[in-house]
Design a protein around this ligand. Structure first.
Ligand code: NAI
Ligand code: MG
Length: 479
């Protein structure tokens, strides 16, 4: 692999002061690469490059031209699919099959935004006699994008794809725990012909590069995905400069299973929704609400599946990989130990295979239930392969429980009752509802984002193009 480098003004380069930070392979704990430790000076250079890009041809580019660039990106992603998947798998530890599926989604994001770029238009507005009124969508200008380590390539694609489609000049700060795929994708953007400064990438620590970026007065909009705590810090920095934000802050999403559900169809999806990416997914189905009459049956079938789950390194390519870091492993293990100490029954736990590297950050998938209402295991975001099962008595109880956490990102609903399929989505306080399915991981076309503590603003789909642009109103007097 080439040495990881910052991308500023079209040139890959080390940090201004030459500093680096190690990034680890989560499956072994070994050092994988040295990342440039970008700091305020690098961030400033990136923002200045973005400003210059907006003053140059990028600022005058047509939507159709930008669409063509993104289309070339999509083709290059297909060309390099295997290599990108391998980079992502090694860096995040996720099973290779998952990383390959991620790259299919990454390509699809660019394809989608390539096609959408020149479909964004304003409207004309009936107004007083002698006037002509219309609106037009314009880029914010310099946009900051701070993304997490769980799906680096997909996060890059969804936020940068939409950001470039609208003609913004983007400065990306990927996560220090995993960002090699974002650098590889940035190189493809240059190959596709994205002009210098229209996309810049500054790797480094959140409290250094990230904090410097969100506080920079040259930034006009901030898109953030990560923890609510850091989201709060970023909003304070944005408030100081009076700029807007999009906040995607994770969740504790419920899957609600009624007694009339097709359990055979639901079971594999209920398991996949919490073990995909080892549970490190903002939209993980982390709370399983089960109608009491089927609690025993469902829990028994789930326990069987949990106990049979296999763990492995990215190249062993088993069902579940390691967590991203020692810190995340300790955090998730802390939730598990705390729940066990509080007497919450462990219904099943997968076995760690003997051939796992000793230094890997593995945590066995664990099924808990019944988890008492209000216990932190069932309310807080664990971000690991831990599923909390909670019984409910009737529809009203299910809705109350589903809405009972501080979060509101997505919800899954399993029922054959057609009226209920339409009644419940209205009552659930969240940003996406899946009925007899569950799959926010793909869903490129589907607007995505939360309510309550899960944040605000929408990414993905056409909606992201509105998020990453501002609306100008023009009034012409012609009498
Ligand atoms: P984090 O919120 O610290 O990291 C996300 C991004 O924010 C990274 O790029 C990081 O460098 C950046 N960042 C950190 N501090 C910053 C600051 N002061 N200013 C600007 N940027 C900053 O998340 P972390 O610590 O990696 O994970 C902790 C927990 O957060 C997880 O256990 C999980 O519950 C949640 N999380 C949620 C995610 C989601 O997809 N919604 C993704 C990652 C974490
Ligand atoms: Mg890493």
């Amino acid at each position: 692999m080439t040495t990881p480098a910052l991308l500023i003004n079209g040139t890959f380069q080390p940090a201004a002061d030459g500093a680096t930070i190690p990034t680890l392979a989560p499956g072994t704990g070994a050092t994988l690469a040295a990342l440039p430790r970008g700091r305020a000076a690098d961030v400033d250079a990136a923002v200045r490059a973005a400003e210059r890009a907006l003053e140059g041809p990028w600022g005058r580019s047509s939507a159709a031209e930008r669409g063509r660039l993104l289309g070339r990106m999509a083709d290059l992603i297909s060309r390099d699919h295997d290599q990108l998947a391998r980079i992502e798998a090694e860096d995040t530890g996720k099973p290779l099959a998952q990383a390959k599926a991620d790259m299919v989604a990454v390509r699809r994001y660019f394809e989608y935004y390539a096609g959408a770029a020149d479909k964004v238009h304003g409207s004309t507005i009936p107004y007083l006699d002698g006037y002509f009124a219309y609106t037009v969508r314009e880029p914010h200008g310099v946009t900051a994008h701070i993304i997490p380590w769980n799906y680096p390539a997909q996060m890059f694609a969804r936020t940068i794809g939409a950001g470039l489609a609208m003609g913004n000049a983007c400065v990306l700060k990927p996560a220090e725990d995993a960002c090699l795929s974002t650098l590889a994708l940035a190189a493809l953007a240059m190959e596709a012909g994205v002009p210098p400064g229209a996309l810049n990438v500054v790797t480094g620590l959140g409290e250094e590069a990230g904090a410097a970026l969100v506080a920079h007065p040259g930034v006009h909009h901030i898109s953030f995905t990560g923890s609510p705590e850091v989201g709060g810090l970023i909003q304070r920095a944005a408030a100081a400069n009076n700029v807007g934000c999009t906040m995607e802050l994770g969740g504790k999403s419920p899957q609600i299973v009624f007694a009339d559900a097709d359990l055979d169809a639901a079971l594999p999806i209920l398991v996949a929704a919490i073990i995909q990416n080892a549970g490190q997914t903002c939209s993980a189905g982390a709370r399983l609400l089960v109608e009491r009459s089927i609690y025993g049956t469902l829990v028994e079938a789930l326990a069987e599946r949990f106990a049979a789950l296999t763990l492995g390194t990215w190249d062993q390519d088993r069902a579940v990989g390691p967590l991203i870091s020692a810190v995340q492993k300790a955090r998730v293990q802390g939730f598990i130990d705390h729940a066990v100490a509080d007497g919450i029954p462990v219904l099943a736990r997968a076995t760690l295979p003997a051939d796992l590297p000793a230094g890997g950050f593995f945590v066995p998938p664990t099924l808990f239930g019944p988890v008492p209402a209000g216990h932190r295991l069932g309310c807080e975001e664990v971000f690991g392969p831990v599923l909390s099962v909670i019984p409910f008595t009737d529809e009203a109880d299910a809705i109350r429980l589903a809405n009972s956490t501080a979060y509101g990102l997505v919800a899954g609903l399993w029922t054959r009752d057609g009226a209920r399929q339409h009644r419940l989505p209205k009552r659930l306080k969240c940003g996406q509802v899946f009925v007899n399915c569950y799959g926010a991981g793909g869903g490129i076309e589907l607007p995505f984002g939360g309510v309550k503590r899960s944040g605000y603003g929408r990414e993905k789909g056409f909606e992201a193009l509105h998020t990453l642009s501002s609306l100008k109103t023009v009034l012409v007097r012609h009498d």
